[in-house]
Ligand binder design. Structure first.
Ligand SMILES: [Ca+2]
Length: 314
């Protein structure tokens, strides 16, 4: 089965997942789990972020390079295709009890009519995927769009019943005033910024103060790009609500194996044997010393600069 989204096409695969075709590129959905801290310090998958993985002639490409290569005139089509794929694939293979984070570039939606039509189309896809709008968290970057247009777009998202997350908080010119004005449900702290702050005592204190301030305002805090065990320990010490990063789980192409953690029945896709049967109901936290440099809790250390690729991976 195939259908068109603008100039692009979506193909339903035999395993129940959907892939996209845009020019010479094949696009697939990957999902990365987002974990919540539960009482007792356990971590539980509470949501997934949809991320695009582009392929050309069967070879995987960097998402950043792919999105940079998309001409401005095609960006809306490609973004719409990416979101549509994530919604269809989430409906096919993710636990309905989890939320789905999808990325939006608000600068593409500065025209109210464009936003209205795009969100109406998105609701149709959600209906088809049998996903309630309340499961959707829209990640918006605040720094790329004009303020008035951004507020209007965020309001339109809310009117559709979606939640709002400010993405990459701390990068570039984002600031507390803009957070106060936008009143998001969730703030996702910029991965590089967190790493920098965690590397010094005063930086960590600042991070802790911000987390506490947002919490007082009813905003949930999420740290992304958590790559090392010591960062995870500091995140917990900071009182953050949710964490995402390679140390916990890497993104997996749909159909993912994550269903094993929270869903008894296999997805529309054929079950991946073995792993499912043995998987624990709640993923174990990484043991100290693995997979990466441990450090005593509360001992911030300088992180190795490593690209996490969370940008431009809509
Ligand atoms: Ca994001």
């Amino acid at each position: 089965m195939s259908r068109s989204v603008g100039l692009a096409h979506i193909i339903r695969q035999q395993d129940g997942t959907s892939t996209g075709v845009w020019g010479v590129f094949a696009l697939k959905s990957a999902f990365q789990p987002i974990f919540a801290f539960r009482p007792g310090g356990q971590l539980e998958i509470t949501a997934f972020e949809g991320l695009i993985r582009p392929f050309r002639n069967g070879e995987g490409l960097s998402p950043g390079a792919f999105f940079n290569a998309v001409p401005a005139s095609d960006r809306m089509h490609v973004e719409t295709l990416a979101r549509t794929l994530h919604l269809l694939n989430a409906g096919a293979c993710l636990d309905p009890a989890t939320s789905l984070f999808v990325n939006f570039d608000p600068s593409l939606f500065s025209e109210p009519t464009v936003a209205r039509n795009a969100l109406r189309d998105m609701r149709l896809v959600l209906h088809e995927a049998q996903i309630e709008p309340s499961r959707i968290v829209c990640e918006v970057t605040e720094q790329r769009a004009a303020e008035g247009a951004l507020h209007m777009f965020v309001q339109a998202l809310r009117d559709h019943g979606f939640r709002i997350a400010v993405d990459d908080y701390g990068a570039e010119e984002s600031g507390i005033q803009r957070i106060n004005a936008l009143k998001p449900d969730i703030v996702k702290f910029d991965a590089h910024w967190i790493t920098r702050l965690m590397s010094s005592g005063p930086g960590f204190a600042l991070l802790e103060a911000m987390v506490s301030e947002f919490r007082d305002r009813g905003i949930l805090n999420l740290f992304e790009g958590i790559e090392e065990t010591w960062q995870l320990e500091l995140a917990e010490k900071c009182g953050v609500d949710m964490v995402q990063g390679f140390v916990l789980a890497r993104p997996e192409l749909a159909p993912t194996s994550f269903a094993a953690f929270s869903r008894a029945t296999p997805a529309a896709a054929p079950a991946k044997p073995d792993k499912r049967a043995a998987a624990p109901a709640v993923p174990a936290r990484p043991a100290a010393g693995q997979p990466a440099e441990p450090a005593p809790a509360g001992t911030p250390r300088r992180a190795h600069a490593r690209s996490f690729g969370h940008r431009g991976t809509r």
